[in-house]
Design a protein. Structure first.
Length: 276
């Protein structure tokens, strides 16, 4: 078989796999612009007149706006705190190579690998004792804590790629350590900052379990709204689910599309920085 033919067959197969995985998402996106009867039509109606009825119904749904605001506020607050702490920690690990640094980095990443179901009960008991259940500071600090380990790994890879001579040159001119960190090193690792920010935002934006258990009505996010608004007295509310899924998924898809090169850099921990 000719190389060109083989390459086209491989590309065609990959496209088929991608389309197969994307079809459920496409169905939900199209359902957001259908009426309730059109959503449940058999066979599915791919050609129809779009309507804003579903999105209007979603916007008028009880507590939708509070869930949307909670998702934005909690995600951005937790990720910003995590990025700041992670940058300082990654700089320390990179520049001050203490004995056991590699082991500490391993332990740090191992914390992120622990399944959520394994720690949900201890976290609930601890949050109950501290009185942090159903509070913004509690849920924001929790997501920041879970976002820090992976961020430290990403940012350390980038900071390792910045020569320590920049630090030495700046300090020889009288610059403080904070000046070196935030005015010399930080601008050179911005792709890593963006990558860590996007990865952690995706995690916090999609997280359901801990917000459902240690959160509450006051801090409930859109994933919790999807679960709590799934059923009505007439069965599954597909129109609400489809419209909310569309509004919930679209921002992340747009962000990932425009910043996908930073995600590639983040997944390789800075080893392909030249791609940015």
């Amino acid at each position: 078989m000719k190389p060109k033919v083989k390459a086209r067959l491989q590309q065609g197969f990959l496209w088929l796999v991608a389309v197969a995985f994307f079809l459920p998402v496409l169905w939900l996106f199209l359902a957001a612009f259908k009426t309730a009867s059109q959503i449940l039509a058999i066979p599915p109606r791919w050609i129809f007149r779009p309507t804003w009825q579903g999105l209007t119904y979603m916007a008028s749904h009880q507590a939708f706006w509070s869930h949307a605001v909670n998702s934005v506020v909690i995600s951005l607050s937790a990720v910003v705190i995590a990025i700041v702490v992670s940058f300082v920690a990654a700089y320390s690990f990179s520049r001050f190579r203490l004995r056991g640094t590699n082991f500490m980095m391993f332990v740090l990443l191992s914390i992120r690998m622990v399944p959520g179901a394994a720690v949900v009960v201890p976290m609930y008991l601890m949050y109950t004792a501290l009185g942090w259940i159903n509070s913004y500071p509690g849920i924001i600090l929790f997501y920041a804590m879970f976002s820090i380990p992976f961020s430290v790994w990403i940012l350390k890879g980038f900071i390792d790629g910045v020569s320590p001579r920049f630090d030495e040159a700046a300090q020889s001119d009288g610059a403080s350590r904070l000046h070196v960190m935030f005015r010399i090193v930080l601008p050179q690792v911005l792709p890593g900052i963006v990558a860590a920010f996007i990865f952690n935002t995706i995690f916090v934006w999609n997280e359901f379990l801990f917000d459902f258990i240690i959160g509450g009505n006051q801090v409930a996010t859109i994933p919790v709204a999807l679960a709590s608004g799934l059923y009505t007295s007439q069965g599954i509310d597909w129109q609400y689910i489809a419209s909310l899924t569309f509004v919930y998924t679209l921002p992340l898809m747009v962000v990932i599309y425009f910043f996908q090169k930073y995600l590639l850099v983040g997944m390789t921990f800075g080893t392909v920085r030249g791609e940015v």
